[in-house]
Design a protein around this ligand. Structure first.
Ligand SMILES: Nc1ncnc2c1ncn2[C@@H]1O[C@H](COP(=O)(O)OP(=O)(O)OP(=O)(O)O)[C@@H](O)[C@H]1O
Ligand SMILES: [Mg+2]
Length: 366
């Protein structure tokens, strides 16, 4: 077992103006499952390749366990990586694909047999050991690709979007298999994806990246409830967190929401934010914390809004309402229909709201 520690890692590819990864600090604990998530090009693969030793960092240090491994070649790092394009050897059987790496490492023959059989059992592919990849389904091939990493009994596993070639249903199935595998093997796993649902369901902790920077490293629940900035608020959660522009008037102390809606909020929600009077900020609120309320609702945070569009999803509906200029998505557990431009009253449950600085975009409610 091993922890992985990245200290001030930067990577600038030759000829590129912007670094692919910039001053990245991240510690992954022994036996932890950490997900790196972020949009395309944010530096996820680069980070993983630096841990594996396939890419050299421009600056910074990589530790695996207590050992600084900057100068240790990939094969001596005790790390196994599963790539997005996992390319099994088509002319080899599953058994040969699984044992290939071990043969290269001169592992004794009976040890190879034992490990291959054990891994095939674990992944449910024992009955295909003598078949070639061409006769396997996408999911079975994916298991063989995982198997090739697992037979190595590495202390650290790196996964680079290993499920992105699979259809949606198989992806859901494989992600719980990988989680189970993690529980069985108890090894350290670092998993890259751009799919925030995959990240949320799999990670003990998640590092959210953008443009080579880590924006937040936290548990799924904390990312969801207290995103560190507007980017994380928008990236984590489907649909994204609603963000409504607001400002506190210096003269009157009133809160002006979405351009022209004035509120005199109760102290409890408000006191910590007087120091931001005069400067713009955003109120962040999840779709499940905005509710339709009766016209008679006298709560300060109940506002008139206009129905724009609704999506019925079976178990729930997502309805979009326009406040003044900003659209707000409401998650409705009990779906109902609205007519065109129907006027409703929305209640924002401010106990669950998050406040963001309008300039820095940082969460100021922490
Ligand atoms: N070999 C390379 N040479 C030059 N630039 C590169 C190289 N590899 C990656 N980059 C650049 O570094 C940045 C980060 O790339 P990286 O592959 O790490 O992103 P990613 O987060 O894995 O994206 P994706 O989700 O699309 O796989 C990108 O701007 C990319 O163009
Ligand atoms: Mg990538």
């Amino acid at each position: 077992m091993s922890s992985v520690r990245l200290v001030d890692i930067s990577k600038r590819y030759n000829g590129r103006e912007r670094p692919a990864v910039f001053r990245l600090n991240l510690e992954i604990f022994d036996g932890e499952f950490v997900v790196l998530v972020g949009p395309s090009g944010c530096g996820k693969t680069t980070t993983l390749r630096i841990i594996a030793g396939l890419e050299e960092a421009t600056s910074g240090d990589v530790f695996i366990g207590e050992r600084r491994v900057n100068d240790v070649p990939p094969r001596d790092r005790d790390v196994a990586m599963v790539f997005q394009h996992y390319a099994l050897y088509p002319h080899m059987t599953v058994r040969e694909n699984l044992s290939f790496g071990l043969r290269l490492r001169k592992v004794p023959r009976d040890e190879i047999t034992r490990r291959v059989e054990e891994t095939a059992q674990l992944l449910g592919i024992a009955e295909y050991l003598d078949e070639r990849p061409a006769s396997l389904s996408g999911g079975q091939r994916q298991r063989v690709a995982l198997g090739r990493a697992i037979v190595r009994k590495a202390n650290v596993f790196l996964f680079d979007e290993p499920l992105s070639n699979l259809d949606a249903k198989l992806r859901v199935q494989m992600r719980s298999e990988i989680k189970k595998l993690h529980q069985r093997l108890a090894s350290t796993m670092i998993y890259v994806t751009h799919d925030q649902v995959e990240a949320m369901t799999m990670g003990d902790r998640i590092a959210v990246m953008k443009d080579g920077l880590i924006h937040q490293v936290d548990t799924p629940i904390n990312l969801y409830e207290q995103p560190s900035d507007l980017f994380v608020a928008g990236f984590i959660g489907t649909p994204a967190m609603n963000t409504i522009p607001a400002v506190i008037e210096e003269k009157t102390g009133a809160l002006v929401i979405d351009g022209d809606i004035r509120v005199i909020p109760p102290e409890i929600h408000f006191a910590p934010f007087y120091r931001f009077a005069g400067s713009p900020f955003f109120i962040g609120i999840r779709p499940e914390h905005v509710h339709l309320s009766p016209d008679s609702c006298q709560e300060p945070f109940a506002f008139e809004a206009t129905h724009e569009i609704s999506e019925f999803l079976g178990n729930e509906a997502l309805a979009v309402f326009r406040l003044n200029v900003t659209n707000i998505v409401v998650r409705m557990g009990v779906p109902r229909t609205f007519h065109d431009n129907e006027r409703v009253r929305l209640f924002l449950d401010m106990a669950h709201a998050v406040w963001f600085d309008g300039h820095t975009e940082r969460n100021i409610s922490l």
